[in-house]
Ligand binder design. Structure first.
Ligand code: 13P
Length: 249
């Protein structure tokens, strides 16, 4: 179901001490937030997040998952393990997984399906590199990423998938896409879904990610096809992240 959502991707950051201060600080500042809020800590801190967030309005999730259910897969984490810790979400296909771990469109599509099978909401990331944008390949890249998931999961699944558009050139660079650039790609994504099913397209939540901060969140989130954000660096600061959450309606 389409909803305003702000999710923090903590990436490989955090410590028991810092996480506690961050989550306690965040919970104190969410009073007038109407959007759904979630955080995705490193796997090893999921039980800490579960305990600190119990009974609160903040959901949580993993940053990746295996396509396998169990067995001899050293270092991997299964969907059921994420469920075991009460995760609601899991990020799939982040560009840092695609680029640093060779995750293909097909693998990301499979991970999305495995997450759905387990009842997790995938935060399914798509996005182009700078050279794609400069060579006018943005739409072709996004289409290929999206089509692989549509083919594997089926269009109806997108009512339960959250898409995150994260232009790779805007991640961690301080170089945010303009609200017009974001809207253009978000509309492209929604139209592509609508080509399969218009109702599903209207119901799909599409987040923007890439250098979202308190200072630019309101403008980005005011665009008609931008339903919220997937936030990296700024999600590590309670006041900054809370301000971003307030900007999503
Ligand atoms: P930054 O907000 O640090 O640019 O990271 C965005 C991101 O990759 C979220 O998944």
């Amino acid at each position: 179901m389409r909803q305003a959502l702000v999710a923090g991707n903590w990436k490989m950051n955090g410590s028991l001490e810092n996480n506690e201060a961050l989550l306690k600080g965040l919970l104190e500042q969410l009073d007038d937030v109407t959007a759904k809020v979630a955080v995705c800590p490193s796997f090893v801190y999921l039980s800490q997040a579960r305990d600190l967030l119990a009974g609160s309005q903040v959901g949580f999730g993993g940053q990746d998952l295996s396509t396998e259910a169990s067995g001899a897969f050293t270092g991997e984490i299964s969907a059921e393990m994420l469920n075991d810790f009460g995760c609601e979400y899991v990020i799939v296909g982040h560009s840092e997984r695609r680029d640093n771990h060779g995750e293909t469109n097909e693998l990301v599509a499979q991970k999305t399906q495995v997450a759905l099978n387990a009842g997790l909401t995938p935060l399914f990331c798509v996005g182009e590199h700078l050279e794609d944008r400069e060579s006018e390949q943005t739409e072709a890249v996004i289409a290929a990423q999206l089509d692989a998931a549509i083919e594997t999961c089926g269009i109806d699944a997108f009512e339960n998938i959250v898409i995150a558009y994260e232009p790779v050139w805007a991640i961690g660079t301080g170089k945010t896409a303009t609200s017009e650039q974001a809207q253009e790609v978000h509309a492209f994504i929604r139209n592509r879904l609508a080509g399969h099913d218009q109702n599903v397209a209207k119901q799909t939540t599409i987040l923007y990610g890439g250098s979202v901060k308190a200072a630019n969140a309101e403008e980005l989130f005011s665009m008609p096809d931008v339903d919220g954000g997937l936030v990296g660096g700024a999600s590590l600061d309670a006041a900054e992240f809370a301000a971003i959450c307030k900007a999503a309606k």
